[in-house]
Design a protein around this ligand. Structure first.
Ligand SMILES: Nc1ncnc2c1ncn2[C@@H]1O[C@H](COP(=O)(O)OP(=O)(O)O[C@H]2O[C@H](CO)[C@@H](O)[C@H](O)[C@H]2O)[C@@H](O)[C@H]1O
Length: 471
């Protein structure tokens, strides 16, 4: 079957977080399973754009309210990602260096979606399904059903996958002029609490809604940044499908970012070599247990409690554990981490920014990965950590609760806690330090988690089954 994925991110073209990882992998494994999966995304000015060959697939024009624009669809020529990749170029609007964070993001992603439906309506064939990811593609199901110019697309079934319901793409009703001529009786399909809400609209109009773990799907009915009632009402078409990981990209035996590769059998020495490299680079002592955090420094990830929690843990362990943080986000949190660098130089370091290569080395070289997330729809970091033999320390929420078993439970290999506060994080770190003092126990846990199969191969069928169930 033919599946069209529409997303703002796709690794390695453009990635800000886990959305990019999923959209860079799921289509690849759908193609490997014998289907035709394609990805359509905005054309940003990324390294991938300049390093690869492109051909023009289509040129069209449309309008965003009173602003008329031309767009070009370019296609990567070699199928190097394992699926057909199409970029939408809208001059001046999408071709920027960053993916998000501009004042005109509403205009950017609305115009992107208009270009997508405009282009699709020129096709002579119909794909089996249009798979939209997050709010940046959330208006597509509405546009396909209720915009007069795109009614031709109304018979194509749509799936919306929610990777993060915190971000909904809110627009004022004064921006309704951006949406191509639509059936005004359908206002309710755009509105949520007095605003145009692209994520809510996607939930209302898509044939099926998925999210990236079972537990998160349950949680959304009681905690979804204002959409709780909508999730309760639409629960009949909602389903949780746990993400996979791309075992070709995330493989400690072949990882292109690592100098020292290792397998389950050689994990002990392999991890130690990576740890030594990491510790040398960041002025840390490789004989101490190494705790890392990788991610966006935002409230959702409980990054705001981490500086204090780490300080307390350094005190309680009397400097017998090291910490390394990689991330960027809220200025206040970044500043707090920066302030800790000097006084704790021998046990703490931080890199503010985004660094794909360093993240791989951290998964490989660390002993423990901290994920105190308040909200975690699925979480990929803990799955990468497990594959690289790094013990995940996670708050019991969303996908973390679905993928990590506490070492105190039968078959357990990780550490779980309940509250995103200093006490729980500190206590979990002390449990980890105790395990570190029992290398045989640590080795058993490592072996156990490295052998867990979270591959996309094992997940792809769940999506195919969902597509087959559509009208
Ligand atoms: N500074 C940095 N430098 C280098 N790499 C960095 C980085 N910050 C983050 N990353 C990488 O970005 C990815 C983060 O993925 P997550 O799934 O954990 O979170 P995110 O909140 O972005 O994704 C959302 O979507 C995904 C996919 O569905 C869900 O798993 C998740 O719960 C949901 O919040 C990982 O590959 C991580 O290594």
């Amino acid at each position: 079957m033919e599946i069209i994925h529409v997303s703002a991110e796709c690794y390695p073209v453009a990635k800000a977080g886990g959305l990019g990882d999923v959209v860079g992998a799921l289509p690849k494994y759908q193609c490997k399973a014998g289907h035709v999966a394609k990805v359509v995304m905005p054309m940003y000015r990324t390294k991938f754009l300049y390093d690869n060959e492109w051909t023009v697939d289509f040129k069209g024009s449309s309008n965003l309210g009173n602003w008329f624009f031309d767009y070009t669809i370019i296609k990567e020529t070699t199928n190097k990602l394992g699926f057909d990749l199409y970029l939408v170029d809208i001059n001046g609007l999408l071709d920027r260096h960053r993916i998000y964070g501009y004042d005109d993001d509403v205009e950017r992603f609305t115009a992107f979606q208009i270009a997508v439906v405009n282009w699709m309506s020129s096709w002579e064939h119909k794909p089996r399904v249009l798979h939209c990811h997050d709010y940046h593609a959330g208006l597509l199901p509405f546009m396909m059903q209720h915009c007069y110019d795109y009614r031709k697309l109304a018979s194509i079934p749509t799936v919306l996958t929610i990777h993060n319901a915190q971000y909904q793409g809110w627009m004022g009703w004064d921006q309704s002029k951006y949406i191509p001529r639509w059936d005004l009786w359908k206002r309710g399909m755009l509105d949520w609490n007095g605003n145009i809400n692209p994520l809510a609209s996607g939930i209302k109009c898509a044939d099926k809604v998925t999210t990236v773990s079972h537990s998160y799907m349950d949680e959304l009915r009681s905690n979804s940044n204002g959409l709780e009632k909508l999730f309760e009402y639409e629960k009949g078409k909602c389903v949780g499908i746990l993400n996979g990981i791309d075992n070709e990209v995330w493989d400690p035996e072949t990882d292109k970012y690592l100098d020292h590769h290792f397998s389950v059998a050689t994990a002990k020495t392999g991890k130690q070599q990576n740890k030594e490299l990491l510790c040398r680079r960041f002025g840390l002592d490789p004989s101490k247990p190494l705790f890392v955090f990788i991610g966006r420094l935002v409230g959702e990830k409980a990054a705001d409690v981490l500086p204090d929690a780490i300080r307390v843990a350094i005190d309680h362990t009397q400097g017998q554990a090291s910490f390394l943080v990689l991330g960027s986000g809220e200025t206040q949190v970044e500043w707090q981490f920066q302030q800790m660098k000097e006084p704790y130089a021998d046990v703490f370091n931080v890199v503010i920014g985004y660094d794909e290569a360093l993240s791989h080395l951290m998964y490989a070289g660390a002993d423990f990965l901290l994920m105190p997330s308040r909200v975690e729809p699925c979480g990929l970091n803990q799955m990468y950590a497990m594959r690289y033999g790094t013990v995940p320390i996670v708050r019991s929420t969303g996908g973390l609760q679905d993928t990590v078993t506490d070492m105190g439970d039968p078959g357990g290999f990780g550490i779980r806690f309940n509250h995103a506060n200093i006490e729980d994080i500190d206590y979990s770190i002390s449990r980890a330090v105790s395990v570190y003092q029992h290398p045989a126990h640590l080795d058993t846990m490592r072996k156990q988690m490295m052998e867990i199969d979270h591959s996309w191969e094992s997940v792809v069928e769940a999506y195919l089954k969902l597509y087959r169930s559509l009208r």
